[in-house]
Design a protein around this ligand. Sequence first.
Ligand code: NAG
Ligand code: NAG
Ligand code: NAG
Ligand code: NAG
Ligand code: NAG
Ligand code: NAG
Ligand code: NAG
Ligand code: NAG
Ligand code: NAG
Ligand code: NAG
Ligand code: NAG
Length: 367
Amino acid sequence: MFLMSLNTMSLFINAIFLFGLCLANAINFTTVYEWDKFDFFWPKGANSSYGQTEQSFNFSEVYFRYMAVDEKRLFLNLDPSPGIPATLVWLPKSGASTEPPKLSPFPSWDLHKNDNCDTIQEARGMKADTDGRLWVLDQGSSHCLSKLWIFDLENNDTIERVHQFPDTVVSHSFDKRWLSDMVIDKTPDDDYLAYIADYRSEQIVVYYLKTNVSWPVKTPEFIWQSLAVSPNKEARQLLYLNRRSYSNKELYTVSVSELENEAGSAALRFIGNMTGIPYRMMIDSADVLYAAFYNQNNLSKWNISEPFLEQRFHEAAGVLRTGWPFAFALDANDTFWMMERNQSGNETKHKLLKAAVGAKDSAHSQP
Ligand SMILES: *[C@@H]1O[C@H](CO)[C@@H](O)[C@H](O)[C@H]1NC(C)=O
Ligand SMILES: *[C@@H]1O[C@H](CO)[C@@H](O)[C@H](O)[C@H]1NC(C)=O
Ligand SMILES: *[C@@H]1O[C@H](CO)[C@@H](O)[C@H](O)[C@H]1NC(C)=O
Ligand SMILES: *[C@@H]1O[C@H](CO)[C@@H](O)[C@H](O)[C@H]1NC(C)=O
Ligand SMILES: *[C@@H]1O[C@H](CO)[C@@H](O)[C@H](O)[C@H]1NC(C)=O
Ligand SMILES: *[C@@H]1O[C@H](CO)[C@@H](O)[C@H](O)[C@H]1NC(C)=O
Ligand SMILES: *[C@@H]1O[C@H](CO)[C@@H](O)[C@H](O)[C@H]1NC(C)=O
Ligand SMILES: *[C@@H]1O[C@H](CO)[C@@H](O)[C@H](O)[C@H]1NC(C)=O
Ligand SMILES: *[C@@H]1O[C@H](CO)[C@@H](O)[C@H](O)[C@H]1NC(C)=O
Ligand SMILES: *[C@@H]1O[C@H](CO)[C@@H](O)[C@H](O)[C@H]1NC(C)=O
Ligand SMILES: *[C@@H]1O[C@H](CO)[C@@H](O)[C@H](O)[C@H]1NC(C)=O
């Protein structure tokens, strides 16, 4: 009896503690748009070569996977499926109307053609840099190779660079590669490096913008799935989720400086086990890491300047029935943008949310 009541009491105290934690850490999101269903801006003209695509479009197959943001637009990657005409689309961040906007292919319909290897086959990760570029990782297809596309958002979305990975960097055999994430890092001399996770290889892929060269940094026995890089120049570190087995939730870090040289090798440091398997992570200007987990409708954060401690900051009622309910990104002003998929019964709704986070926001809230 005594033990039981002690247990009950500690459960009660735990509940209060968790509830307190939850309130203290909650981020107040504002709803920007809500969709009951999606549509595209289809090209004009009944005989357009996209007519077929318009007929087969199925809004129930819209699953957002990755997001990037610039000053005016949100870019989203969609899961490929027969009912999806483009895996890279954009939406305005705001508009005169409260009517939820339609999707537009990025940069144009012409760059989304099935089995045309001169076009984007399957976008699997994106980042917008602070110099007006959009970086897009393309897994390719069974007969198109993987590529990194770089677009100039300030010059009519023209293509600035297309880098096709050599076989020694990302396998040219379709079943030997599975690109799953990309982060970019601005170097002190204003150049950029991209770090790419290939879930089917024991290495990290690095691409250097200045020289247009990519190379692998071997990590024997370690494969990588989710990446986040700290924007903080003093402690530029990369965080990786390691997936040696399906249930593995181990979080590791590596110093970016160890990956910058082609002959480099990475010394991985174990940080801790996460509460779930994160499919998406990002770090804001105040060095707070945000993570979304497979099959979970709550999000966690951790201040990476402090010992490893995961704190819940968002829980969405009913948002589930998909492995990846959230897609998110930070813009240059530390606004946290998030697309939330809510599937309940036979209905699927999407919400675009935003909240102020990062150094600018803590400066506000801490007098
Ligand atoms: C969120 O909003 C509530 C109610 O307006 C407020 O009490 C709370 O302090 C806000 N939290 C944050 C982190 O801004
Ligand atoms: C569309 O195709 C139909 C049948 O092929 C043809 O009669 C019509 O002139 C075409 N319209 C345009 C605008 O090309
Ligand atoms: C659209 O996709 C959903 C989910 O995959 C499916 O249940 C439905 O039958 C599809 N609709 C059509 C018209 O193909
Ligand atoms: C950041 O805020 C400034 C001032 O409001 C604005 O001019 C700028 O476009 C914003 N940048 C982004 C990326 O939203
Ligand atoms: C931008 O691209 C669009 C579509 O390709 C084209 O119609 C337009 O003329 C271009 N504008 C400029 C300023 O290059
Ligand atoms: C960058 O590298 C790729 C090799 O994948 C090459 O095809 C392309 O022409 C290069 N671009 C520039 C601007 O050097
Ligand atoms: C982390 O999880 C692994 C299993 O994936 C386990 O072997 C290890 O002991 C855990 N480490 C800590 C510090 O909890
Ligand atoms: C997050 O949600 C999952 C199920 O959606 C639940 O099992 C887990 O306990 C939750 N985690 C926290 C910290 O609330
Ligand atoms: C993160 O931790 C550091 C060190 O304790 C602290 O100075 C900073 O204010 C924390 N940042 C946030 C956003 O809480
Ligand atoms: C998800 O949809 C269900 C049913 O419409 C609703 O009860 C629930 O509040 C929604 N959740 C969110 C976070 O909007
Ligand atoms: C969803 O199911 C309910 C009852 O099963 C039905 O009344 C409703 O029309 C359905 N909604 C859609 C969008 O199919």
